[in-house]
Design a protein around this ligand. Sequence first.
Ligand code: NAD
Ligand code: UFG
Length: 344
Amino acid sequence: MKVLVTGGAGYIGSHTVLILLEAGHEVVVLDNLCNASREALRRVERLVGRELVFVEGDIRDRALLDQLLVEWPISAVIHFAGLKAVGESVQQPLAYYANNVAGTITLCQAMQAAGVQRLVFSSSATVYGADAPVPYQETMPRGQATSPYGASKAMVEQVLEDLCRSNDLWSVAALRYFNPIGAHPSGEIGEDPQGIPNNLMPFIAQVASGRRNTLSIFGNDYSTADGTCERDYLHVMDLAEGHVAALAHITTPGIACYNLGTGNAFSVLQMVERFSVVNGVEVPYAFAPRRAGDLPAFWADPGKAGAELGWVARRSLDDMMRDTWRWQQRNPYGYRQGYATQTP
Ligand code: NAD
Ligand code: UFG
């Protein structure tokens, strides 16, 4: 199948492109490189020994999308492109709605005009909102968003529901990711945050490597076993495989949502300790005040993805730790060479 992957140069996208190519699909990537490097895709091509088509451009560029969908006989789209920093979305809501919501609408308009109506969308566990009971199940309603980022994901799910209701040629899978971490086991591709990482695992890895001094653990007075927040961390390779499973499933009309998580939760302290033990490195940390908007604990009920997509997360927490560290050691400054600053 020929698949258009928007945002395919990014963290989850690059791992998914690799799995798609390995599964024999042909891939066209559209990415504006606002949070990614072209080098990630060169490495994917080397790892798989196959080539892909890369188009540098924006999902909000309708003329480009029209041209691309005419040029390539695309059967389905996997849509990762978007902005993802929760805190930044509070400061710049318009940028997040323009990119994530308006961008998706432009993409769907172009797809509809071209008669390409199979879509896998990157949603998020954040759509369950602040008050949902755990574990999260797809039968629960979307909750009150805790940030413009979260709201943008919920809005897109609503748009896609309405679109599928209006026209039964559309077939959509909205994948609600929990906390993807880890890297390809080769250490050649991985997560490459720009500047100070927002997310826990890249921060732990940068502290372990000496690029940063200390991990701040945001809050140790939550109502959890050790007082730190608990999350459902899943290996990015498992998550990538979930997209290929979803692609095979979008053959019937309508939209279906799937939780992609392991069903297990680990605390921040457990993550730090496990990283140290598995990799034999120290991760100095200090407790800091809570981070605004963080929920104490949430994890997936991944049963629906297991039953309908035949997908389960297979890789262990130790795999996630080892693969994160291999990527960090081989690429201390990510895809950029020679960049060296130390910040706390
Ligand atoms: P990422 O930033 O690494 O990847 C996003 C990619 O989209 C980047 O390559 C970026 O350059 C590109 N992009 C952004 N705006 C674009 C635009 N207008 N046109 C073309 N390309 C554009 O992020 P990721 O972690 O790989 O996340 C992929 C998707 O999954 C995002 O939609 C994100 O919101 C969603 N998601 C991520 C997480 C997570 O923890 N990483 C959790 C839930 C959902
Ligand atoms: N944390 C720290 N110190 C850090 C970074 C994070 O203690 O330097 C803690 C956070 O407070 C949280 C946990 O580590 O308790 C995980 O934080 P992340 O930022 O790694 O992940 P989140 O659960 O906050 O958010 C992730 C994605 C969002 C998505 C959300 C729900 O980044 O895109 O999961 O799916 F919306």
